[in-house]
Design a protein around this ligand. Sequence first.
Ligand code: TYD
Length: 133
Amino acid sequence: MKNPTIISLPKFENPRGNLTFIEEDTHLPFKIKRVYWIYDVPGGQSRGGHAFKEQQELIVALSGSFDIVVDNGIQKQVFSLNRSYFGLYIPNGLWREMNNFSTNALALVISSTEFSKDDYIREYSNYIEYIQR
Ligand code: TYD
C-alpha cells in the first residue's frame, strides 16, 4: 500500500502577492479527471470520512487550515495543512477524514477519477474487510 506524501508546489513570492501552480505532468502522480472544493465548513464539522477504491487525490488548503487524518487500517497519520503551496497526495485505498477546519478554510481536491458513488467505502468496518481481502 502506498503512503500519503506532502508535495511541495512552486511558490513565486512577490511584494504584489504570491503565486503557486500545479502542472499535471510535473507535480502529480496521476492524470486530473476532476477538481472540487470544500468550503463554508461550520466549526466542529468533519468531512470525507471514507476511503476510495480508485480515487487518488491531492488536497491543498487554498485558504485557512484543516487536518487530514489518513488511516491505512493499522496506523493513523495526521497532516495539518495551512499553506497553499503544500499539497497532500493521498493514494487510493486509504481511509481519510478532514477535520479541525478554520473559519474560511478552503480545501481544493484534485482527483484522478470522475465522481462515482461506487468508488466510496463509507463504513469503516467495510474498509477493514476491503483491505484484508
Ligand atoms: P462526499 O464525498 O460524500 O462528502 P463528505 O464525505 O465530505 O460528506 O460528497 C457529498 C455529496 O456530494 C455526495 O452526495 C456526493 C456529492 N458529490 C458529487 O456529486 N460529485 C463530486 O465530485 C463530489 C466530491 C461529491
